[in-house]
Structure formats: structure tokens, C-alpha cells
Design a protein around this ligand. Structure first.
Ligand code: ZN
Length: 288
């Protein structure tokens, strides 16, 4: 099968093509940095064999935009939630608007939501309040959760534990914590999302020996673009904006530390993501 060609934005050393179709479970494509050249970004993702994108919705406005984008593109899906940074803006009325959005056929998860005690842009109390409300929405809608957690592992576990029986699935996106936290999450039967954090020799090395502790049917991969550009890319990138076409590089790195081939990792994480987000056979065929 012929693949779409790369344009000349990415240097040749960064024109990856994954051996198996990949799912980027965390792409912030509604971020303003993608506004001027989104069609080209989408084309490059396809050229890289990143066939399915889950667009992260971090507040109501971005979630609506993500749902619209998902309507327009095969293989695109969206999440809708309020990020812990914005938790202070949570109101019951906002919750009702979110609930209405969950009926959208391309809306596949509640989130990004959770707890971030690292930066505390909203107070911990505000964060817990907004998160609790979104746990209820996830239970009510039956959708899986797309979770953000930084420096809040114990509290996150506690809150999830009391809700766990009422929740479908949940993924800790961009997992960066330690072994104990990882095992705690796996004990709750959660999924784990890994980003290019693992490519960072300064702060990602602790993740490397942990990777193979994550069962393949619990592991998914993501760019979290435009954030978290991998630090070990084999060539410089103009603008330093991360994008889905670079996901194969992250997959390669994770496969290396897992001790399996890139193809095996690609196939397994894609299967896991399809199951986790309940992408229908029809939707899969359309995005293949
Ligand atoms: Zn996040």
C-alpha cells in the first residue's frame, strides 16, 4: 500500500514510519500552535503511520473544538474534561454541559482530569472537588477516564479506589512517577500512558527499568504534543513543537526498554488503545 509522502517540514532523520499503525492517545491538536498548519500536521501523522489520534480536551471550549475536529477526520476521536490546573472554574452548570458532550459519537473518554499537586494552579481542594464531579460523570456515562496526575499519587489512588467499581477503564496519561505508584495503579487495574518523557536522560531514566513491568494490555503511548518534545531526537526540529508524526520515535524507545521489537510494541499498544477507547470495528476500518 502506498503511504502519503512527507512534506519538507521535518528533516529527513525525523521522517519516521512505524512498522505497525499507531494510536497517539494524547494529542493536544486544538492548541494554538497547531492553528496555522493543522492539515500538514495531520498529513505527516499519516505518513508516519500514526493512524488514530485521541485529541485531548482540557476544558469545555477545547473539548468542543476537539469533537469538531474528530467529526472532520477519520481516525480522530476526542476526550472532554477539565484539567486540574483549571479546576477552580468548575461549576455544576459546566458539569451539565460536559455531560451533554459525552453523547457525541466521537467522544471516547472523560478527561483530561485529575490532580496536579506539583503546580497547584488551582488549590488542592478545588482540584479534588472538580475531579470528584468528573469521576461521577465517568461513572454515569460509562466512558473510560483520561487522567492527569503529578505529585498526587497517594490521593489519586485513594479517590480512584472508592470509585473503581463504578468506573469502566482509566488511564494515567503521561505516567512519570515511581515504581510504588505504578504498582498501586496496576493494582487498581488501570492503564498507563507513556510519553517521550522516557527519552529524557535527565528526568526519564527512572522509568526505563519500570517499562516492562507494565503488561502490554495495560500500556498505551502518546506524544502529549505540542508539549514534551523528546530530548534525544536524532535531528534538530525548527520551532521545537512536538507533533504526532514523532510518535514512532517514542515507540522505538519504549520498545527498546521493554525488550521487544518496535512492531510488537506497536501492535500491542494499538490493540490496547482500540479496546480501551472502544473504537468500533467500523471506525477501525475507516481509520486503517
Ligand atoms: Zn496531562
Amino acid at each position: 500500500m502506498a503511504h502519503p509522502a512527507f512534506d519538507d517540514f521535518l528533516p529527513e532523520a525525523l521522517q519516521f514510519h512505524a512498522p505497525e499503525p499507531l494510536v497517539d492517545i494524547g494529542a493536544n491538536l486544538t492548541h494554538e500552535s497547531f492553528q496555522r498548519d493543522l492539515p500538514a500536521v495531520v498529513e505527516r501523522a499519516r505518513a508516519a503511520n500514526v493512524t488514530t489520534l485521541i485529541l485531548t480536551g482540557t476544558d469545555l471550549e477545547h473539548a468542543k473544538q476537539a469533537a469538531l475536529l474528530a467529526e472532520e477526520h477519520l481516525g480522530f476521536f476526542a476526550t472532554a474534561g477539565v484539567h486540574p490546573h483549571d479546576a477552580s472554574r468548575w461549576t455544576p452548570a459546566l458539569g451539565r454541559e460536559m455531560a451533554a458532550l459525552y453523547a457525541h459519537p466521537k467522544l471516547v473518554a472523560v478527561g483530561e482530569c485529575g490532580l496536579d499537586f506539583n503546580r497547584n494552579f488551582s488549590t488542592p481542594t478545588e482540584q479534588e472537588h472538580a475531579f470528584e464531579a468528573q469521576l461521577a460523570l465517568a461513572a454515569e456515562s460509562g466512558l473510560p477516564l483520561f487522567l492527569h496526575e503529578r505529585d498526587a499519587g497517594p490521593r489519586m489512588r485513594e479517590m480512584l479506589k472508592s470509585w473503581r467499581d463504578d468506573l469502566a477503564d482509566a488511564v494515567i496519561h503521561c505516567f512519570t512517577a515511581d515504581k510504588e505508584t505504578l504498582y498501586g495503579y496496576l493494582d487498581l487495574d488501570l492503564h498507563i500512558g507513556l510519553t517521550g518523557w522516557i527519552c529524557d536522560e535527565r528526568r526519564g531514566h527512572h522509568l526505563r527499568p519500570l517499562v516492562s513491568d507494565i503488561p502490554l494490555n495495560r500500556l498505551m503511548i502518546e506524544t502529549d504534543c505540542p508539549y514534551l518534545l523528546p530530548r534525544n531526537l536524532p535531528s534538530k526540529l525548527k520551532g521545537r513543537r512536538h507533533e504526532p508524526a514523532l510518535l514512532p520515535w517514542i515507540a522505538r524507545e519504549i520498545a527498546h526498554w521493554y525488550g521487544i521489537s518496535e512492531a510488537e510494541l506497536g501492535q500491542a499498544t494499538t490493540q490496547t488503545a482500540h479496546t480501551f477507547f472502544r473504537l468500533s470495528a467500523q471506525q477501525l476500518k475507516e481509520s486503517a
